[in-house]
Design a binder for this molecule. Structure first.
Ligand code: FAD
Length: 356
C-alpha cells in the first residue's frame, strides 16, 4: 500500500452516516433473491458471484442489552446487500465474585450469549444468510451435536468452524472432557453430521445436515504455530477434511494477504480465501491489536495515527486506509471483502459506500 500522504491527496469528502433511522430498513432492504426456501451456502454465493461480494461480521451484544442493538448496527449496512453475515461465538468464563464474608465464589458467566438467536433474527428480518461461529472451547461433542441440530432446525446451512481461544484463566487452550482440541476435529464432526453420522451410535440412517464449512487462516501465522509453513500444513489438513473456504484474520498490509494466498496455493490449497478486514478507530488499538491478534501495523499507518488528536481523526485515517486496502483487494479479484464491524458500523459504512 502506498503512503498515507498519497492516499490523502486523493481523499474525497467523508459522507456522513446519515439518512437512517433504526428499524427503518429492517423489512424493506432485503436482498431481493432470498426467501426461506432458497437460502444459500457461502460457497454457493462465492461460486455464483459475478463480482467481489461484501460480508460482515458482528458480535452478539453484551448480556443485558436487547437485540435492537444488533438491528441498529446492521440496518445501515444492509444497503450494501451483504451476501452473508457472520456472528461470533463467545465462550463462558469463570470469574470470582466476592461474598459478604470476604471469601470468593467461582461463577461461570457468558458475557455475550445469543449467537444462535441472532442468526435466526438475521435470516428472518433481513433475509440474509447467517454464519454462526462454532468453537471447540467449552463444548463437548454431544453439546456440539445438539447445537448443530438447533442450527439446522432454524435454517442455518453455514458454519465457521474454529478452535476458539483459551479460557481467560488458562494460558493454553484446553478442550472440555470429550471435547475437541483442534478446529479440524470439530470440522470432522460437522462433516460426519452432513453424512448422517451422529454421536449417538444407535441413530441409524440419521438426517443429513447440509452445512457449508468455513475455517480460519492467518496471513501473519497463528500465534501458537512454530512457523508459517506448519500453520499452512494444518490449514491444508482442514481443507482436505472438508473446509470449503477460508476467512483470514485481519491484516493491515495487503502484501501479507497476497503472500499468504501464494503460499496456500503452493501448498495445494485451492479453495477461496476471503480477506478479513478491520479499520483502526482509536490510538489504543495500535498496541491492543498486535497484542490480541498478533498482527503487524504498517509504519505508514501507525505514524499517521499517532499524529491524530482525537478518535474522530483516527477513524478518518483508519477508514481511508481500509478503503485503499479494499480497493486493491477488490481489483485483485478476491472472492469477498469480509468486514469485522466490531461496534464501528459507521466507519465500515463510509468505506463500503465509497467502494461500491
Ligand atoms: P486451529 O485450526 O485448531 O489451529 C490452532 C493452532 O493449532 C494453530 O497454531 C495451528 O497451526 C495448530 N494446529 C492445528 N491443527 C493441529 C494439529 N492437528 N496438531 C498440532 N497443531 C495443530 N474465537 C472465538 O472464540 N470465537 C469466534 O467467534 C472467533 N471467530 C474468529 C473468526 C476468524 C475469521 C478468525 C481468524 C478467528 C476467530 N476466532 C474466534 C479466534 C480463533 O478461535 C483463535 O485464533 C484460535 O486460537 C485458533 O482457532 P483456529 O480455528 O484457527 O484453530
Amino acid at each position: 500500500m502506498s503512503s498515507l500522504q498519497s492516499l490523502f491527496a486523493m481523499q474525497k469528502s467523508y459522507p456522513i452516516f446519515a439518512g437512517y433511522q433504526s428499524g427503518q430498513l429492517r423489512f424493506s432492504n432485503c436482498s431481493s433473491n432470498f426467501n426461506c426456501s432458497n437460502r444459500m451456502k457461502v460457497i454457493d454465493h462465492i461460486r455464483q458471484a459475478k463480482k467481489t461480494l461484501i460480508s460482515f461480521e458482528i458480535l452478539p451484544p453484551l448480556k443485558g442489552k436487547t437485540i435492537n442493538s444488533i438491528y441498529e448496527h446492521l440496518d445501515p449496512l444492509m444497503e450494501f446487500k451483504p451476501s452473508f453475515i457472520n456472528v461470533t461465538y463467545h465462550r463462558s468464563e469463570h470469574v470470582f465474585k466476592k461474598k459478604m464474608d470476604g471469601t470468593f465464589d467461582k461463577v461461570e458467566v457468558r458475557k455475550r450469549p445469543g449467537t444462535v438467536g441472532i442468526c435466526a433474527a438475521i435470516m428472518n428480518y433481513y433475509h440474509v444468510d447467517a454464519v454462526p461461529h462454532l468453537i471447540c472451547g467449552g463444548f463437548n461433542k454431544r453439546e456440539t451435536e445438539d447445537a448443530l441440530i438447533d442450527l439446522n432446525f432454524i435454517g442455518v446451512d453455514n458454519v465457521l468452524v474454529l478452535r476458539g481461544d483459551a479460557a481467560k484463566n488458562e494460558t493454553l487452550f484446553e478442550p472440555e472432557p470429550d471435547g475437541h482440541r483442534y478446529a479440524i476435529d470439530l470440522l470432522k464432526q460437522v462433516v460426519n453430521l452432513n453424512n448422517g453420522i451422529y454421536q449417538e451410535e444407535d441413530i441409524r440412517d440419521g438426517f443429513r445436515t447440509r452445512f457449508s464449512i468455513g475455517v480460519a487462516g492467518y496471513p501473519e501465522k497463528h500465534f501458537e504455530a512454530p512457523n508459517i509453513n506448519s500453520d499452512i500444513q494444518y490449514l491444508k489438513a482442514k481443507v482436505d477434511a472438508g473446509a470449503e473456504y477460508i476467512v483470514t484474520q485481519m491484516f493491515f498490509d495487503n502484501k501479507k494477504y497476497f503472500e499468504f494466498v501464494a503460499n496456500c496455493r503452493a501448498a495445494g490449497i485451492e479453495i477461496p480465501i476471503i480477506p478479513g478486514l478491520k479499520p483502526i478507530t482509536n490510538k489504543r488499538q495500535l498496541t491492543v491489536l498486535p497484542r490480541t491478534f498478533f498482527v503487524d501495523i504498517p509504519d505508514d499507518l501507525s505514524v499517521e495515527i499517532m499524529k491524530c488528536k482525537a478518535d474522530v481523526d483516527v477513524e478518518k485515517v483508519g477508514g481511508e486506509w481500509l478503503l485503499q486496502q479494499s480497493r486493491e483487494l477488490k481489483e485483485s479479484g478476491v472472492p469477498a471483502l469480509h468486514y469485522y464491524t466490531l461496534g464501528k458500523p459507521k466507519v465500515i459504512w463510509n468505506v463500503v459506500k465509497d467502494l461500491v
